[in-house]
Design a protein around this ligand. Structure first.
Ligand code: PBG
Length: 326
């Protein structure tokens, strides 16, 4: 064969591990992660979640241990979600602002035991609502403005318990400004807001709703969560949330929406988070269990892709296993 003269040989930069390490553009670290945790009542109680292999609902004492482990692994924050029985749910999500509720109590216990870890607390009505919706339901309609008052009460009780970052996940209009105002009025001007700004009406939340038993009793979430078809609308939501005072914004889910992550991270003036949700986790775990792919490598590659797309912060159920390997 004749000698081929090529000026450009991109493979030169891939020829050894040393060179690949040198030219790598995106490096994942444990500091990029927020670890989501599911809380149940009790003591020394751990309930496996069938649709999320490796993830369990934990009683507050075990949540504290999980926070210690996460901190030791270099993970800076945890995102908490309560799992409540039907007896604690009502149409007004009253339990959400109970100062002695399971959620608030767990926040206090984490703050006492592991003050270094940042606590992200989810604000929405669904874990506490007998309707299973993120807002107040009247005649089948999800009401916007009356919901804001309830969300603000939930946020205040979480801030009082010691939450560092309030994360409204409900997609009601105007909630960031409303919650910011009420937090400041109550002396919580140091408590940050991570806005679930572009949260899509996604089938990938299925395992999470199993984990919390929080699926809507009637209807779906399409009048408040976003249409998966829309990108421009995500820009509008993010711009509004930044204008309303959000300290960080979030796109959710992550993998099917990497174009949204990329678009938002190109213009956002605040840090951008992406939520690698329960369904994204379940798919990889399930394929791994069937022997159809290497789940560990697929997890690493997926989460790396979310960072490459521009996310500064990644909420992921893989956080602990990946942190151990990084
Ligand atoms: C609810 C909430 C959901 C998730 C986080 N907060 C589900 C929903 O909107 O029904 C999903 C997280 C996941 O799937 O991992 N406010």
């Amino acid at each position: 064969m004749n000698r081929i003269s090529l000026l450009q040989r991109p493979r030169r930069n891939r020829q050894s591990a040393a060179i690949r390490d040198m030219v790598r553009e995106t490096v994942l670290t444990a500091q990029d992660f927020i670890l989501p945790l599911f809380i149940i009542d009790g003591e020394n109680k751990s309930e496996a979640i069938a649709s999320m292999p490796g993830i369990s609902r934990l009683s507050p004492d075990l949540i504290v241990s999980a926070c210690k482990d996460a901190h030791a692994a270099g993970i800076p924050a945890v995102a908490l979600f309560p799992c409540l029985g039907d007896s604690k749910k009502d149409p007004l999500a009253t339990e959400g602002s109970n100062p002695d509720g399971l959620f608030q109590d767990t926040i206090k216990r984490i703050k006492d035991a592991v003050p270094e870890i940042a606590i992200v607390s989810d604000v929405a009505m669904d874990p506490y609502s007998s309707d299973g919706h993120d807002g107040l339901v009247r005649d089948g309609e999800i009401l916007n403005d009356p919901t804001l008052e309830i969300l603000a009460a939930i946020a205040i009780s979480q801030a009082e318990a010691g939450a560092d970052i309030i994360a409204p996940s409900d997609m009601m209009d105007g909630r960031i400004a409303y919650i910011r105002d009420v937090l400041d009025e109550s002396g919580f001007e140091k408590v940050a807001i991570l806005a679930y700004s572009a949260k899509y009406a996604s089938s990938f939340y299925g395992p999470f709703r199993d984990a919390l038993d929080s699926a809507p009793k009637e209807g779906d979430k399409k009048t408040y969560q976003m249409d998966p078809a829309n990108l421009r609308e995500a820009i509008r939501e993010v711009e509004l949330d930044i204008a309303e005072g959000a300290d960080m914004v979030m796109i959710k889910p992550a993998l099917p929406y990497l174009d949204v992550v990329k678009t938002i991270s190109d213009f956002s003036t605040v840090p951008v988070a992406a939520y690698n949700v329960s369904g994204e986790y379940a798919m990889i775990k399930a394929a791994g269990q069937l022997g159809w792919l290497d789940a560990e490598q697929a997890a690493m590659e997926s989460v790396l892709s979310i960072k490459r797309a521009g996310a500064d912060i990644i909420l992921t159920y893989f956080a602990m296993e990946l942190a151990d390997k990084l």
